[in-house]
Design a protein around this ligand. Structure first.
Ligand SMILES: Nc1nc2c(ncn2[C@@H]2O[C@H](COP(=O)(O)OP(=O)(O)OP(=O)(O)O)[C@@H](O)[C@H]2O)c(=O)[nH]1
Ligand SMILES: [Mg+2]
Length: 146
């Protein structure tokens, strides 16, 4: 049986690569993602791919290699960078993740409602790559989906 990958998308600096590292128990700090990065079972994407519609086709094509899509919303941001209903454009299971919930400026409730505009249904996990809150639970869920 082939192990299906997880693709992670979200705005620039939303915390995608830090989340990937937390899920893979890699303690090195994340650096700016410049291109698609294939990790063991996660495909990390640059924030530009989610912010610029020019890259949507590339995201859609790469999603075909994955079974699960993680859509990230930064808890410290007051806007959603995905178009409305974006999750429906992908033929794989979307899971929402709120990042940086440890941050003093985090507004989790606001972040969830912003993410809901693009992911109307489906699970949303609350996480921090700093405190590791929610990381184990998310990893367990992702393992089920493979
Ligand atoms: N407080 C806090 N800061 C975080 C967390 N996750 C990431 N950060 C910070 O947010 C910034 C961006 O993190 P990255 O993981 O590189 O973000 P990214 O989404 O991969 O960014 P791109 O590669 O540019 O698309 C860094 O300064 C991180 O230290 C978190 O859980 N809590
Ligand atoms: Mg990155």
């Amino acid at each position: 049986m082939t192990m299906r990958k997880v693709m992670i998308i979200g705005a620039i600096e939303a915390g995608k690569s830090s989340l990937v590292r937390a899920l893979c128990q890699d303690d090195q700090p994340a650096r700016k993602t410049q291109t698609l990065e294939y990790h063991d079972w996660i495909i990390d994407t640059p924030g530009e791919y989610s912010e610029n519609p020019m890259y949507y086709r590339s995201l859609m094509a790469t999603a075909l290699e994955a079974g699960t899509l993680i859509m990230v919303q930064d808890a410290t941001r007051d806007r959603n960078y995905f178009p409305p209903g974006f999750a429906h454009g992908f033929p794989i299971t979307p899971i929402g993740v709120i990042t940086k919930i440890d941050h003093p400026a985090a507004n989790v409730e606001k972040a969830v409602s912003l993410l809901r505009e693009s992911l109307p249904e489906g699970e949303i996990f609350l996480t921090s790559s700093v405190s590791k809150y929610g990381i184990e639970e998310l990893r367990a869920r992702l393992m089920q989906g493979r």
